[in-house]
Design a binder for this molecule. Structure first.
Ligand code: HEM
Length: 507
């Protein structure tokens, strides 16, 4: 074997094709095994969900094989997934193989080793399950780009009127009355009014449509659960159902799709009516209104809503844990930027650009807690996969799997404090250089999504609303405290106190 050389930062920064890997890295057999069919995938699943937990499951295998690339079974396994075998890529050098569409295919791998029934999406394989080599992928993605572009001037006012105003007033009144408020519950209920207003100019809670945003949210949540139950755990155990029973119920068979049908029908009605102008845009790129409508439902209710359910509590969690000093710095920065670049005391895009610390906080949350933790792909051909320490032969058809929180907490890229939340990490020109290693959107933060790749179509929208959230929060409040626990996905945040702004900065 060749001697093990540590790669330099300059070398790491080059695309894989330009790295003279054979000179630098020893070629190794991928360590790990899939064990006994049927039995080992179930054991791995139980370890992952109940006995070791997510991070320990991967860390113990890294320790066992002394490698961040190894073979393992991934959840949910039998009988839900016919083939649970993957090659895990858990460091910042090997993980980006998942973005390289010249080497990997991303067909039907959005949820991993299993795929929910297309009966839940009108019989269509929606954009998230399409590989860029499939012609419909470019049409749907272009349609979504066009929609977001056509609505961009509405995002700020919609966020203020349909999200910030109701949510902040509920937080204030409930904290005053009860001493605490479940932020996740509020966020889940109100998010759809914001999304409806932002994307279509029509809230689902508008009188005569769905009665209340809450009803709409319930229908979407059932529909989401049917698709995501195989990835969830500790839902039924809260009701004292034993772990093994929960495991069997959630992870063995798909729930029948008819459970979601009545709710999905009314979701369709809302999108078909409120989204009529959006569907006109879809026809212009050659999509039928029906296929476009099912894609619109998925992009809004799964991609966007599913993401924001995790992102906003995640932001508040890290802010709450960071404490008053960070709050004070953010409040000063936000108010100063609004005073100099805002309009009538309101946040503007120009003001957001001035908020270097707030923007860094958003990137740091997306780095340390990427809302979507898993990414999958199949090898399109044989190739050599490189980690920091070695290169490995991958064969055509093998499945690659990345657990993103490990890749984006890689010490060889982010230094000794890679596992800590550092609010200033992305401030300044050196901080900006690290953005190429922020991958929450399934691609580098320094790149924009295109119709030829699988990077999140809503990348810029997400960063915008996350920045707006921080800015609007610290425009109104000096500080807050919260109790943090874990929810089925991401953080559960109960706000326990909130201090209204005393000072306003002046231009
Ligand atoms: C794809 C994350 C919001 C639309 C993805 C992927 C990730 C992601 C990780 C890649 C999945 C994979 O193929 O492995 C998120 C998060 C969001 C969010 C965390 C919010 C916090 C949005 C929004 C839209 C959107 C607002 C609205 C258009 C899509 C679409 C794809 C996608 C259409 C598939 C892209 C393709 O097939 O090329 N998203 N997303 N997402 N996202 Fe997002």
């Amino acid at each position: 074997q060749a001697p093990l050389l540590l790669p330099t930062k300059e070398w790491l920064d080059k695309p894989q094709s330009e790295q003279q890997a054979p000179l630098l890295l020893p070629t190794k057999k991928i360590p790990g095994s899939y064990g006994i069919p049927f039995i080992s995938p179930i054991k791995d699943r139980l370890d992952y969900y109940y006995f070791k937990g997510h991070d320990n499951f991967f860390q113990s295998k890294i320790n066992q094989y002394s490698s961040t690339v190894f073979r393992t079974n991934m959840i949910p396994g039998p009988l839900m997934a016919s083939n649970p075998r993957v090659i895990a890529v858990l460091d910042a050098k090997s993980f980006p193989i998942l973005f390289d569409t010249s080497k990997v295919e991303k067909k039907n791998v959005f949820t991993g080793t299993y795929m929910p029934s297309t009966k839940l999406t009108g019989g269509y394989r929606v954009c998230s399950y399409l590989d860029p080599s499939e012609p419909t992928h470019a049409k749907v993605k272009q349609f979504l780009f066009n929609l977001l572009k056509s609505r961009k001037d509405y995002f700020l006012p919609a966020f203020r009127s349909a999200y910030v105003a109701p949510i902040f007033s509920s937080v204030e009144s409930q904290v005053a009355t009860h001493g605490h408020v479940d932020f996740n519950a509020l966020n889940n209920d109100i998010a759809f009014d914001f999304l409806g207003e932002a994307y279509f100019g029509e809230r689902p809670s508008k009188e005569g449509m769905f009665g209340s945003c809450f009803n709409f949210q319930k229908k979407v949540t059932i529909w989401l659960l049917l698709q995501l139950a195989p990835l969830a755990s500790n839902i039924l155990t809260k009701f004292l159902i034993p772990k093994l029973v929960e495991d069997f119920l959630l992870h063995t068979f798909a729930f029948p799709s008819f459970i979601a049908q009545p709710g999905y029908k009314s979701m369709y009605e809302y999108f078909n009516t409120a989204g009529s102008a959006a569907l006109d845009l879809a026809e212009k790129v050659g999509l039928s209104r029906d296929e476009a409508c099912h894609n619109l439902i998925f992009a809004t209710c799964f991609n966007t809503y599913g993401g924001l359910r995790v992102l906003f509590p995640g932001l508040l969690k890290r802010l709450a844990q960071s404490g008053r000093d960070l709050h004070a710095r953010l409040a000063t920065e936000v108010r100063q930027a609004v005073a100099t670049h805002g309009e009538n005391g309101q946040v503007t895009l120009g003001a957001l650009e001035q908020m270097e610390l707030a923007n860094s906080v958003v990137y740091e949350v997306l780095r340390i807690d990427p809302p979507v933790e898993f990414q999958y792909a199949h090898a399109k051909k044989d190739f050599l996969l490189q980690s920091h320490d070695a290169q490995y032969q991958v064969r055509k058809g093998e499945m690659l799997f990345g657990y993103q929180p490990f890749a984006t907490r890689d010490k060889r890229v982010f230094g000794a404090n890679a596992g800590e939340f550092v609010p200033d990490r992305f401030v300044g020109s050196d901080g900006a250089k690290l953005l190429r290693y922020v991958w929450w959107s399934n691609g580098p933060e320094t790149q924009d999504p295109t119709v030829n790749d699988k990077q999140c179509a809503g990348k810029n929208f997400v960063v915008l609303v996350a920045r707006l959230f921080v800015a609007e929060f610290f425009l109104r409040y000096d500080s807050f405290t919260a109790e943090i626990s874990s929810s089925v996905v991401g953080a559960q945040v109960n706000i326990t106190s909130i201090t209204k702004a005393k000072a306003k900065a002046h231009a």
